[in-house]
Design a protein around this ligand. Structure first.
Ligand SMILES: [Zn+2]
Length: 388
């Protein structure tokens, strides 16, 4: 519908431009006699259902002067929003080429062109334009936001940190949560490149500006564990309960590895009992029941799960309970339990483990930046009957 409306408006806009132009023009101006012909040609293209040619012609006709700049800008942004980026770029480049443009109009056209380049994936060109606009223009703040977006997409974390700091100063808002992720990104890269000391330094930097950075704690623990510093790794992991308890499911695997490396797996049992008193997460219960099965016996684990499920129903808990019972059941009960088990397994098979509380994106991998809405720290382990 929008497109049809545009077609209806184009001749009107062009005609009004022509009338305005006509008032200003003398009869000597050669453009004077061209316009009505082009206008008719454009209409003809429309009637022949060649909208591309019609639009191009109308754009050519729509003379750029101080009265029509706004129309050009509106058309350009309309085309960009419709995904017709090439056409938007042409309109904006055409505008910028005019020497008579006022400085504010020029800045606006450059800002629009930068957005066209972004949409077309031409990040280098967009970066140059927004870089210019940041220095002195009414679009400085928005240009900074676009630059931040570009550097994140290009994974240029050094520049992303600089720009985020500039936005923080300009707006008076804290960007420390996001900047700490940029340091974590650098830390992960350093660690992958075999530089654990530099990675650790960057982790500390992330934590110094955002003491609640779960990601920095997890990475720090991984580096310490792989360097054989189990106690330091355990301290980093235990810190996460205070940072954000929603991420507790993430620490259970690494923590068990640390205690096993120390030869003290029973301390894991003590810790799990301790945190379960404060957070009734299913994954803590499942880990604890697994340890009970291993270090004590199935009956103890079974009784523990049953009691837990009374106040905190969970599909994964039920699945585990069936597992334990199948082992000890005799036919025909065992067969019935197998059927039940196949049902819970199917139900759990395609269940996402993490979801974004802003856009609803879900999956089986923990993303620090949501792939759906690109926000940081919004993807978390799913809680509830079907969660964790
Ligand atoms: Zn999201």
């Amino acid at each position: 519908m929008l497109f049809e409306t545009l077609f209806l408006l184009l001749p009107v806009a062009a005609l009004s431009g022509w009338i305005m132009g006509r008032r200003q023009l003398t009869k000597k101006d050669p453009r004077f006699s061209d316009i009505p012909l082009d206008y008719l040609k454009g209409l003809n293209f429309l009637l022949d259902e060649q909208p591309d040619k019609a639009i191009d012609l109308f754009i050519q006709m729509l003379e750029v002067n101080n009265d029509t700049v706004e129309t050009h800008l509106a058309l350009g942004s309309l085309f960009r929003r419709r995904g017709e980026v090439d056409r938007a770029i042409r309109i904006h480049q055409n505008l910028i080429a005019r020497p008579t443009l006022l400085p504010a109009q020029r800045a606006h056209a450059l800002f629009e062109l930068g957005q066209d380049y972004m949409k077309a994936g031409l990040f280098d060109r967009a970066e140059t334009l927004f870089g210019e606009l940041v220095e002195s223009s009414p679009h400085s703040e928005q240009a900074l936001a676009y630059l931040l977006d570009i550097y994140q997409q290009e994974k240029d974390w050094t520049n992303a940190i600089k720009i985020a700091q500039r936005i923080a100063v300009k707006t008076g808002k804290s960007f420390n949560d996001i900047i700490s992720h940029f340091y974590c990104e650098q830390a992960e890269t350093a660690y992958k490149q075999g530089e654990p000391a530099r990675a650790m330094k960057l982790c500390k930097k992330a934590l110094s500006i955002n003491r609640k950075s779960v990601r920095a704690s997890l990475l720090e623990a991984q580096i310490e564990h792989e360097s054989g510093n189990e106690n330091a790794a355990i301290r980093a992991l235990k810190r996460i309960e205070q940072q954000d308890a929603d991420y507790l499911p993430e620490i259970l695997g690494p923590l068990l590895h640390c205690y096993e490396s120390l030869g003290k797996p029973e301390e894991m049992l003590v810790y799990l009992r301790d945190i379960l008193a404060r957070h009734d997460a299913i994954s803590i219960m499942l880990n604890l029941s697994g340890l009970l099965q291993y270090y004590q016996d199935d009956e103890t684990a079974e009784a523990f799960i049953e009691e837990f499920l009374h106040h905190r129903p969970s599909l994964r808990g039920m699945d585990r309970l069936i597992d334990i019972n199948i082992k000890h059941a005799k036919e025909p009960v065992q067969e019935k339990l197998r059927i039940l088990k196949s049902v819970t397994s199917q139900l759990l098979e395609d269940k996402p483990v993490y979801s974004c509380h802003i856009c609803g994106f879900s999956g089986k991998t923990l993303h620090w930046q949501c792939p759906g809405c690109k926000r940081w720290d919004t993807v978390k382990p799913i809680q509830g009957v079907e969660g964790e």
